[in-house]
Ligand binder design. Structure first.
Ligand code: C2E
Ligand code: MG
Ligand code: MG
Ligand code: MG
Length: 281
């Protein structure tokens, strides 16, 4: 037992484990500090429907003073484990809504529907509805220009609660997209009950849609499902014209991917708006 072991109570920890714990603690501390210091940015990636820019997805980046711009894959999982996703998610919603309000004042951007990723922990907050309405009101954002991206896993929690939250937000015009669709476990009978607007085909099915018949079949099924259920379908991760044309042949109308534009900082995104329509035709 550690107690009888004398002065070194850490003797059961291997050096490797100690290093892992230290770096995790350091990382968590770094994240906490970064939130306090406001070191985050939103990048914007265009969404194209029927050849026109109709929206964008807001994607968070950590603008680290020493390490440069860090992608969300490197810090969102830890933020979720530590609960720091709550202040971070609120920052994202706030920033996105302020951007919606700013875009509303410009003729070429007023129509943009901005999609925001919402974490399970964030959506599960008992006051998520009130928080979102408060953010919309404080920023002056039109709820019709906000789309929330949920994932299948978070919808399995408590169906009634999920439906109640979605219905309340939707009654004011907020839209809902089901992100990474096809990678989770939602049952079709359950899906039917959700007040969704859109299914988003996961990038993993799009990347090999031309070469893998299984991925092609999944994409075809999702598009047909969307049509049957009266939902729009957007394909994520479209990188080539071949993929776009194939998906278009299956009845897909909306796309997001490097073919149309990478996620960009605000200034560059706004500059790219002028040229975007010509690329997307
Ligand atoms: P996601 O919501 O599925 O976002 C799409 C990801 O696919 C983005 O990665 C985007 O850069 C990438 N992508 C889009 N088109 C292409 C393409 O044509 N090719 C390739 N190779 N990649 C493409 P990103 O920005 O690194 O974000 C990764 C994930 O991090 C997101 O996946 C989302 O789950 C999460 N995330 C990003 N921002 C937020 C946020 O504000 N809040 C929360 N909770 N999660 C976020
Ligand atoms: Mg997303
Ligand atoms: Mg996605
Ligand atoms: Mg994805």
């Amino acid at each position: 037992q550690a107690k009888t072991a004398g002065r070194n109570t850490l003797r059961f920890f291997s050096p490797d484990l100690q290093v892992a714990i230290n770096s995790r603690v350091a990382m968590e501390e770094g994240l906490r500090l970064a939130i306090a210091k406001d070191q985050f940015l939103l990048y914007y990636q265009p969404q194209i429907d029927d050849g026109h820019l109709v929206g964008a997805e807001a994607l968070i980046r950590w603008n680290h003073p020493e390490n440069g711009v860090i992608a969300p894959g490197h810090f969102i999982p830890l933020a979720e484990e530590t609960g720091l996703i709550l202040p971070l998610g609120q920052w994202v919603l706030d920033t996105a809504c302020r951007q919606i309000a700013a875009w509303a004042a410009r003729e070429d951007t007023a129509h943009i529907v901005l999609a925001v990723n919402v974490s399970a922990l964030q959506f599960r907050q008992p006051d998520f509805i009130e928080r979102t309405f408060a953010t919309l009101e404080q920023t002056g954002a039109n709820p019709h220009n906000l789309k929330l991206e949920l994932t299948e896993s978070m919808l399995l929690d408590n169906v009634e609660d999920v439906i109640a939250k979605m219905t309340a937000l939707r009654s004011r015009g907020v839209r809902f997209s089901l992100d990474d669709f096809g990678t989770g476990y939602s049952s079709l009978s359950y899906l039917k009950r959700l007040p969704l607007d859109q299914l988003k085909i996961d990038r993993s099915f799009v990347s090999e849609v031309l070469t893998d018949p299984n991925d092609a079949a999944i994409a075809r099924t999702i598009i047909a499902l969307g049509q049957t259920m009266g939902l729009s379908v957007i394909a994520e991760g479209v990188e080539t014209e071949g993929q776009r044309d194939f998906l278009s042949g299956l009845g897909c109308q909306a796309y997001q991917g490097f073919l149309f534009g990478r996620p960009l900082p605000l200034d560059e995104f706004q500059m790219s708006l002028r040229t975007l329509t010509s690329v997307s035709q």
